[in-house]
Design a protein around this ligand. Sequence first.
Ligand code: 4NP
Length: 157
Amino acid sequence: MSKPRLLFVCLGNICRSPLAEAAFRKHAADAGLDAEADSAGTAAYHVGKSPDPRSVREAAKNGIDIARYSARQIDEDDFFRFTHIFALDQSNLHDLRAMQPVNSTAELALLLDTLPHKLGVSVVDPYYGDEEGFAETWQDVSEAGLAIVTQLSAPIG
Ligand code: 4NP
């Protein structure tokens, strides 16, 4: 199987998807899984910006430096460059489905659908809330990141 290439997508690419990318990278490294990861936003509001300082602090608490991540907007090429695209919430999943090219090769899914007890659940947008919301975001994306790594590491058959 070719190397998995995963893209995590939220709205602004400054709060949730950078944390999802970081959590996945951490779990993949811990498991010795060779995979690529990136993140993007469906919106262009924050293109070129660093992650929200609250996301940077939350990642740092978990031992990961995301200060140098830079926000970008998803584009059509991403549906061919990545093997899996995970939407952080239902609204972004809807927007991704609307822009997905008919011959797209990426598998598109809701991030928390990787967790049997969170099927259909969106990762709550912490942008307008307090720091506590970012800890909750981390819990969600870390749990999902571990589930994805476990799934991708499972022997076939
Ligand atoms: P994100 O959070 O989608 O998790 O990066 C947001 C960031 C910015 C905005 C909304 C959500 N905004 O409206 O600017």
